[in-house]
Design a protein around this ligand. Structure first.
Ligand SMILES: Nc1ncnc2c1ncn2[C@@H]1O[C@H](COP(=O)(O)OP(=O)(O)OP(=O)(O)O)[C@@H](O)[C@H]1O
Ligand SMILES: O=P(O)(O)O[C@@H]1O[C@H]([C@H](O)CO)[C@@H](O)[C@H](O)[C@@H]1O
Length: 150
């Protein structure tokens, strides 16, 4: 797989790989803050992006608003993001096992115990971190606000 070759090359260059995942349906200030802080924990930021069908299963049939290729395009254009990989399962466990990141990151809505893949990453000495929310915003809140104005 092409993305794994890229990641292997970065590792050979001694770069620290940070991995996170999410839906990133409507990008907001919270996402940007989060991605900047995630990137600052290492050298390369790899983002696992939920496919459309996985979002439908997790968040309901009305989601996502934006299809995966559009979500990927926006995410890839953000400064801290080096690589976006779409995954189709409900959790990124398989992808985390492929990528073997040095640092696994999720938002402050998670604890180390609830982060999928945390045990795996810690098993080889990798680190697991959460990043606190600074902005009180989410894609769901944006949609609720927009719908209430209709
Ligand atoms: N306001 C925020 N501040 C910091 N991190 C955030 C914020 N909102 C989401 N994140 C983080 O961004 C990542 C991707 O989240 P996701 O795409 O599910 O965003 P969301 O806005 O919470 O979506 P939804 O409202 O649909 O659940 C997650 O790790 C999440 O913790
Ligand atoms: O940040 P969210 O929206 O809570 O996380 C989603 O959760 C999914 C999974 O159930 C927990 O890892 C995950 O597949 C998805 O990438 C989102 O992060």
């Amino acid at each position: 797989m092409d993305y794994l070759r890229k990641i292997e090359n970065w590792k050979k260059e001694g770069k620290k790989i940070v991995f996170t995942n999410g839906c990133f349906d409507i990008i907001h200030a919270g996402h940007v803050d989060y991605l900047e802080k995630a990137k600052a924990l290492g050298d390369i930021l790899v983002v696992g992006l939920n496919s459309d069908s996985s979002i439908k299963r997790i968040k309901g049939k009305d989601r996502p608003i934006n299809p995966q290729e559009y979500r990927k395009k926006v995410l890839q254009a953000l400064k801290p993001v080096d690589l976006v990989i779409i995954f189709d399962e409900d959790t990124p466990e398989r992808l985390i096992k492929e990528v073997k990141p040095d640092i696994l990151v999720k938002g402050g809505d998670y604890t180390i115990n609830t982060i999928v893949g945390a045990d795996f990453v810690m098993s080889y000495g990798g680190k697991v971190k959460t990043i606190d929310f600074v902005y009180d915003i989410s894609t769901t809140k944006i949609l609720e606000k927009a719908r209430s104005k209709q």
